[in-house]
Design a protein around this ligand. Structure first.
Ligand SMILES: *Cc1c(COP(=O)(O)O)cnc(C)c1O
Length: 372
């Protein structure tokens, strides 16, 4: 018997389901000849701001640009330090470096894989200008504590919401809690475009206007260039597609929660180490990550059973080549290092079937137990 492949993410299922609607929307953009800006972009920005509970949304070209533009608009640059997590996708640190600032990495809390709020304040110096919070894997960070530190120390908070579209903290959407929120709509994110796309959300009108100008060559009107900006705009086709998908985001996130509940029941096993999932938050499970020993061999064996897995992320950010000069060594960032060695992401996507969850869980359990 040859089992079918269960990939880490299968976008085809949601696309088959939405195909007619998406085709119609694409035809509408072509008919309107509105490829950069236009009605779909404005409508998506309004709908996404409303969804996030913020006054403003500025569509941009991708999530990395959202971070770069947000940091630039806040005036973060050369000579400034920005505290962020040791465990994230490279773009989080890259954006800080791109504006000329220095990322200061914070080790993670092993229970959550999010930066350890107990260590956070010790990293703040007189040069610290901002904190970039990452709602990693779809889990909202402990924003009450982070806001308290930021307020006391006079720091900006940028929320990297790339993995957490739909997540809430204390009843508020991520991105609406700090000074500014940055979203990626990379295709595999919880809200994904069919290409690169991103957005910035904020309640600060002045900041929103500055971001909008920065994203469009420094001005709103044609040939207005009051600032040296970027060319980083959300395009009409992506906006039209995102509007359709936004209407399904909550339902898809509910499906992710159900899949995780199922996984956790099936994977209640001494050889499978789970992250914790506290009560006072709304996790949207962009990724489902557990920790196992002998992880690389296990991934190889899972692949042999036609189950796709991945590692988020194999190297903690401070150990990547751009930060090689910083003098970190073995023993630094012990929690992020241990997590990087043992973390494995299992398949999760909306419309994943119950029998697929079972097949993945049973394979992992069997392999993890055979190794011990
Ligand atoms: C995906 C991602 C980004 C970058 O988004 P792009 O749209 O790919 O530029 C930034 N931060 C995190 C945590 C991400 O997962």
């Amino acid at each position: 018997m040859t089992a079918t492949m269960i990939p880490l993410v299968n976008l085809k299922r949601q696309h088959v389901f939405l195909e007619a609607e998406i085709s119609e929307a694409i035809a509408g953009v072509i008919a309107a000849n509105a490829f950069i800006g236009g009605k779909e972009v404005t409508a998506f920005e309004d709908e996404f701001a409303h969804y996030c509970g913020t006054d403003h949304c500025v569509g941009v070209a991708n999530g990395t640009d959202a971070l770069i533009i947000a940091l630039t608009a806040l005036g973060v640059g050369r000579g400034d330090q920005v505290v962020t997590t040791a465990t994230s996708y490279f773009a989080t640190a890259e954006a800080i470096g791109r504006v000329g600032a220095e990322p200061i990495f914070c080790d993670i809390d092993p229970d959550t894989a999010i930066f350890d709020i107990g260590l956070l304040e010790q990293l703040v110096t007189s040069s610290t200008k901002a904190i970039v919070v990452v709602h990693l894997y779809g889990r909202p960070a402990q924003m009450d504590h982070i806001l308290d530190v930021a307020q006391r120390r006079g720091l900006f908070i940028i929320e990297d919401c790339a993995q957490a579209a739909g997540a809430t903290f204390g009843g508020k959407r991520v991105g609406s809690l700090g000074d500014i929120g940055c979203y990626s709509f990379y295709p595999s994110k919880n809200l994904g475009a069919m290409g690169d796309a991103g957005a910035i959300v904020t309640n600060n009108q002045e900041l929103a206007l500055k971001c909008r100008k920065l994203a469009n060559h420094g001005g709103i009107e044609r040939y207005e260039h009051g600032l040296v900006g970027f060319n980083s705009r959300l395009d009409g086709l992506q906006a039209a597609i995102l509007r359709i998908k936004l209407a399904h985001l909550d339902e898809w996130n509910q499906q992710r929660k159900k899949i995780v509940r199922h996984y956790r029941e099936l994977l209640d096993d001494p050889h499978v180490d789970h992250l914790t999932y506290p009560e006072n938050e709304d996790h949207v499970h962009h990724l489902f990550v557990v920790r196992v020993s002998d992880r690389d061999q296990l991934m190889h064996d899972m692949h042999g059973l036609k189950i796709g897995t991945a590692v988020h992320y194999p190297v903690p950010l401070p150990f990547l080549p751009p930060y090689g000069e910083s003098g970190f060594g073995a023993g630094d960032f012990p929690q992020a290092s241990q997590h990087a060695k043992t973390a494995i992401s299992l398949p999760i996507f909306p419309l994943m079937k119950e029998e697929e969850v079972r097949r993945v869980a049973e394979a992992l359990k069997k392999l993890a137990n055979a190794k011990s």
